[in-house]
Design a protein around this ligand. Structure first.
Ligand code: GDP
Ligand code: MN
Length: 378
């Protein structure tokens, strides 16, 4: 779950990271009032959960409260990368002498969190990684000991921070790590971390991505979820307890079990197809869940075939098959459906599904091939 800039910066501030004075507004009049209160030049920033707002025209400087109102009005009308802007952050404008990148991500390969810093701040870090990878410095953080001050200091020196700023940089890095751990983030980044003309270090932008699997430990953060920013299928899936990730391919996947879902996607790719989604309907696969899952898959216009890959374990295959048939009753579609079902009572299950005009397969290979062929015919 992504947090907005203003939410991320509030968390940073709680961990001692300096942020600009400012406040969030959902209308232009409110933006004017905030600007008047700040009493100097402000920056108006679209609050949408995508990067590159600056480039898209969603970050603008305003010299007066009236100008703030005008610009807020314009920005609140915008869509940035298809997301409507519903709030703007009005922050005191900073005098940028230098823009630094500072972030923490989970590095799966290294099995730990990694702090990343770059002298090329302000630009998206992926862009820096592509064009000038030598400008990116990293340090692995031992999960037992946490980030050590000497590591943060070394990182500061490595990106060429002035000696006079190293102490502050270190304190911000330590704060960022505490914030990252405290909220169970998978990413926390400050881009840019600004060195101002009067030698202050301030987080001008903030981004936190929370680990959804740890959200149960943070009920207050879960309340911050911006349902506007979640696509309809995603929020339906979350509410139904389905793990769903939309992808760009044409073969919808309906699978019970996350590992099996991964394997299914691999086999589809192996036979030249592209999965349209990752979906784990979980154990049981009762009719109601199947129905919701299928509705979600079919709401994607790219889907040209659906592959059901069901393993009957504790759940019996015939029961799952009945769930699927029940679920299909209310859904009108001519998208071909291929089903491979194995395990407990698979034979009975297959019969039920064949009678429901589904293409059946004995093995995953066969099922994937049939789904790929069906998708190509459409
Ligand atoms: P992003 O494009 O979504 O990452 O939004 P940012 O908050 O990072 O803003 C983009 C760019 O706008 C920054 O890299 C800065 O160059 C500029 N910017 C942001 N805040 C200020 C500010 O207070 N003063 C000035 N002069 N520029 C700013
Ligand atoms: Mn930024």
């Amino acid at each position: 779950m992504k947090l907005h800039e203003y939410q991320s910066k509030a968390i940073f501030a709680r961990h001692g990271i300096p942020i600009p004075k400012g406040s969030v507004a959902d209308n232009a009049e409110q933006a004017r009032q905030i600007a008047a209160q700040i009493g100097k030049k402000v920056v108006i920033k679209a609050q949408v959960l995508v990067g590159g707002r600056g480039k898209a025209g969603g970050v603008k400087l305003a010299a007066t409260p009236n100008e703030a109102e005008e610009l807020a009005d314009q920005i609140l009308e915008m869509n940035i990368k298809d997301l409507p802007v519903r709030k703007v952050l009005v922050d005191e404008a900073l005098d940028l002498a230098r823009e630094i990148y500072l972030g923490i991500v989970v590095d799966r390969a290294a099995r730990c969190a990694t702090m990343v810093a770059s002298s090329a701040g302000g630009i998206e870090i992926e862009e820096v990684a592509r064009t000038t990878p030598e400008k990116i410095m990293r340090v692995s953080i031992d999960p037992v000991f946490g980030l050590q001050e000497y590591q943060a200091r070394a990182l500061g020196f490595a990106i060429g921070i002035d000696k006079a700023h190293v102490r502050e940089f270190t304190s911000i890095a330590m704060g960022l790590y505490r914030a990252f751990v405290d909220v169970d983030a998978s990413l926390a980044e400050i881009n840019p971390l600004v060195v101002t003309g009067d030698n202050q270090l301030i987080a001008a932008d903030g981004k936190i991505v929370l680990d959804d699997n740890a959200l149960y430990r943070h009920p207050l953060l879960e309340e911050l979820r911006d349902i506007d920013e979640e696509s309809v299928p995603e929020s339906q899936a979350r509410k139904a307890g389905l793990s769903y990730v939309k992808l760009d391919g044409s073969i919808g996947c309906m699978v019970n079990g996350a590992g099996l879902a991964m394997a299914t996607m691999d086999v589809i790719k192996f036979y030249g197809g592209e999965p349209a989604n990752f979906l784990d309907i979980g154990g049981g696969a009762k009719a109601d869940k199947v129905k919701i899952a299928l509705g979600i898959i079919l709401s994607d216009p790219n889907v040209k075939a659906v592959l059901f890959n069901i393993f009957g374990g504790i759940t019996r295959g015939d029961e799952v098959a009945r769930g699927i048939v029940d679920g299909l009753k209310d859904i009108k579609t001519n998208v071909p459906m291929v089903v491979r079902i194995v395990g407990t009572n698979a034979e009975e299950g297959r019969k039920i599904l064949a009678s429901a005009h589904m293409i059946t397969a004995e093995t995953l290979e066969e099922g994937a091939q049939k789904a790929v062929a069906a998708a190509k015919q459409k």
